[in-house]
Design a protein around this ligand. Structure first.
Ligand code: CMP
Length: 136
């Protein structure tokens, strides 16, 4: 079923550092996702730990939080038909090595950690993640 949804997207420090913000945004907009909210921020390790707390039991958690707080990021609300799954398709697999051709992570990702973008994995998490960065 096609339904207008919102999802959260983050352009991670590795992509901001390499001036890929506009390239990544244009992939979203060319694929019918509208950028409804957008801000460039630099979060603390504690904020990253809160954002990624679903991963707190994972061995990579500490590194992940250090990494997301290591430099500026861009957080966006994307809106469109089936935005959650469309954004995940456009991002490609978590590990750039396994990502399909022309996905954001295949084009720009460096490693499983420096994989350029984050996107919500479900409608429920999208609501939580949007609220985390864009409280009304
Ligand atoms: P992201 O979509 O932001 O969600 C959690 C992040 O953890 C993921 O992208 C990866 O960048 C990072 N990560 C590091 N190691 C792993 C791993 N082994 N499995 C999954 N995610 C990992």
């Amino acid at each position: 079923m096609s339904k207008v949804e919102q999802t959260l997207s983050i352009i991670k420090p590795d992509a901001v550092e390499r001036n890929l913000i506009e390239n990544i945004k244009s992939i979203f907009t060319k694929n019918n996702l509208v950028i409804k909210e957008n801000k460039k921020i630099h979060i603390t390790k504690e904020e990253a730990a809160e954002f990624y707390k679903v991963h707190q039991s994972k061995p990579f958690y500490d590194n992940l939080c250090l990494y997301l707080s290591s430099g500026p990021i861009v957080v966006m609300v994307l809106e469109g038909i089936n935005a959650v799954s469309l954004n995940r398709e456009l991002m490609g697999a978590t590990d750039p090595k396994n990502a399909e051709e022309n996905t954001i992570r295949k084009l720009y990702g460096i490693s499983i950690d420096k994989n350029s973008v984050h996107g919500s994995d479900s409608i429920e998490n999208a609501k939580k993640e949007i609220n985390f960065f864009f409280k009304d």
